[in-house]
Ligand binder design. Structure first.
Ligand code: B1M
Length: 218
């Protein structure tokens, strides 16, 4: 039955059907399925499928947009549940989070932000398409320990390096650490741009963030 629901979730994203993805996300809540399990085993499978189809020229922009909207709708239902799972506790650190300039992909970044909040971080999510000066300015304004940058395009990954270079020019590291992520980000890239941390997914991002603020024990 669970496998069937995951399949329905996947299909609702492939069909770009916000109503259905919302309905299945609500069903997951009612059935007390862990929200991350619903995202990973259900909705993510659908959005990855459409992304691959798009990459091969077998799906087109409207389908990508509709899949993105259906995915956002499902996550909007599951987000409060994720936050509920992390009961309030001591604050582990302040994170300024953004998708880099030129890039409007927000779903993964938002998920990472939700998981960080649920785990005890104070998150300042600047949203998408954020230039280096805005990101660094906010980090200074709120006295952040960590900057988290998401990039989903091979053409925008370079913006992560720009922010790091700017931070180093101003001698703001290691006071402010940098974590990067997003589908095209690899360990090689992370080493190349000298980021402090990297994760492939939202759960890993929490683990790395804790290490970077020296709270791996929390
Ligand atoms: Co776009 N898109 N898109 N897209 N899109 C990709 C990324 C693409 C791989 C699809 C493909 O061709 N196969 C491709 C990039 C190719 C490349 O650069 N190599 C692509 C393209 C080309 C484009 C456009 C250029 C298309 C066009 O206009 N011709 C355009 C660019 C717009 C722009 O940004 N300037 C575009 C637009 C869009 C939409 C707006 C339609 C929509 C986004 C909607 C939205 O966000 N509101 C969209 C979508 C939905 C996708 C795919 C299908 C799905 C992305 C997603 O939301 N995944 C994507 C294909 C794919 O990734 N397989 C694709 C679900 C999300 C939960 O995963 O974001 O990977 P993800 O986040 C993960 C991890 O990466 C990690 O944790 C998250 C949770 O596990 N993570 C972090 C993410 N950020 C992190 C930060 C961290 C740590 C971990 O620390 C700070």
């Amino acid at each position: 039955m669970l496998a069937e629901l995951f399949k329905e979730m996947e299909q609702s994203i492939i069909d770009g059907d916000e109503d259905l993805s919302t309905e299945f996300a609500k069903k997951a809540v009612t059935l007390k399925i862990h929200p991350l399990e619903a995202i990973t085993n259900g909705f993510m499978v659908g959005v990855t499928y459409i992304g691959d189809q798009f990459g091969r020229g077998e799906a087109f922009l409207p389908e990508l947009v509709m899949a993105g909207e259906a995915m956002k709708a499902a996550i909007a239902v599951l987000e409060p549940e994720l936050l509920k799972l992390g009961e309030s506790r001591e604050m582990l650190g302040r994170v300024v989070l953004a998708t880099v300039e030129g890039d409007i992909h927000e779903i993964g970044k938002t998920l990472v932000g939700t998981m960080l909040s649920a785990s005890g971080f104070e998150v300042f999510d600047l949203g998408v398409d954020q230039p280096a000066d805005k990101i660094i300015g906010k980090a200074l304004e709120v006295n952040a320990n960590l900057i988290g940058m998401s990039a989903l395009l091979t053409t925008t990954m370079v913006r992560q390096r720009e922010v790091i270079e700017e931070l180093d020019k101003e001698s703001l590291r290691p006071r402010i650490k940098v974590m990067v992520g997003g589908a095209p980000i690899t360990k090689d890239w992370v080493n190349k741009i000298k980021a402090d941390g990297y994760s492939e997914d939202a759960i890993g991002a929490v683990k790395i963030a804790k290490q970077l603020v020296d709270r791996a024990d929390a």
